[in-house]
Design a protein around this ligand. Sequence first.
Ligand code: GLA
Length: 387
Amino acid sequence: MNDTPLARAAAVFQAAFGQPPTIRVQAPGRVNLIGEHTDYNDGLVLPCAIDYRTVIVARPRADRRVRVAAADYDGAIDDYALDAPIERLAEPMWANYVRGVVRELLQRGLPVQGMDLAISGDVPQGAGLSSSASLSVAVCRLFATLPGFEALGPVDMALVAQAAENDFVGCKCGNMDQISSACGVQDHVLKIDCRSLAVEPVPMPPGAAIMIFHSHVSRGLVDSEYNTRRAQCEAAARHFGLPALRDLDLATLEARAAELDPTVLRRARHVVTENARVAAAAQALAAGDLARMGELMEASHASMRDDFEITVPAIDQLVEIVKAAIGAAGGVRMTGGGFGGCVVALVPRELVEAAGAAVQQAYTAPNGQRASVYVCRAAAGAGLVDA
Ligand code: GLA
């Protein structure tokens, strides 16, 4: 059986709606190599889209109705009209990601039409690899195939998807995940300036592999802790009379450290030093210098652990296991919002097997699970899929 997301979505579409789809789109998940919690501080990030994605197959309707079938949730269907107010549902949550984007597109005055769609995906959920951003961006990309959406470019789609998550779903995330999913370039990481929204693709060194290790530590605290970190960063920027921590330099922070609450000081120091590390990492990567990337990723992890305090012991242990396996030849750090989720490593290809074996042998999550290991390729962003 051909059990790809595309095949699953197509089968569920046919079963639910009795005819084949006419449009196929995809949007990828993402992994962040460096630059954590800098996006909502107007800073720099260095993620890439990954070759795990959400796929939507669809067929425009002649009327103003939207029907959505979730192939990965037993074909459950959400059905609503475009001309009545689109409400947020208590559940299922997946439906809100679609509803939020549809509502956002309507609010922007775009000519949304009725549509039947079926969704499937292979981005691991709850792992911090942006399965939800990939869904929101895929929905945007789908409607962008309609007449009247020509002016909606990839960055605009990302902003629509982010607005839907912020205002409709209720998650105050920054813009990194959606921009990565919308703007990915195959075999490149993206240096994103989250203030100017400039996206600069940096080629992946040919001999390097991206490895992702899912710790299977649930990211339970992530929402409340995320919002607390965000508030602390905003408080620090306000203290210095700046629009965002992007505008603070380390010398000023150190000179005026005594003015800040010690926790807020550490949060600000993470963001200021992390922005500098992203700029240095983009240069190191462009030069193919994996050893320098390794130093920067190690410093980033230490900063997340000690200053931003978003790692957990199992994640720190996973990072140490990978570091011991790859030595100075590559880099490893926690990736994503924190409190569990995944570790990312940039590894010379010849060490991929050793790194995977070391983790399989030495890591067990507190719930008894082994880590899941993914070897990824930096992927293209949202787009049409050939049948
Ligand atoms: C989550 C958010 C992003 C970003 C990261 C931390 O993934 O969705 O916007 O803030 O956390 O870097």
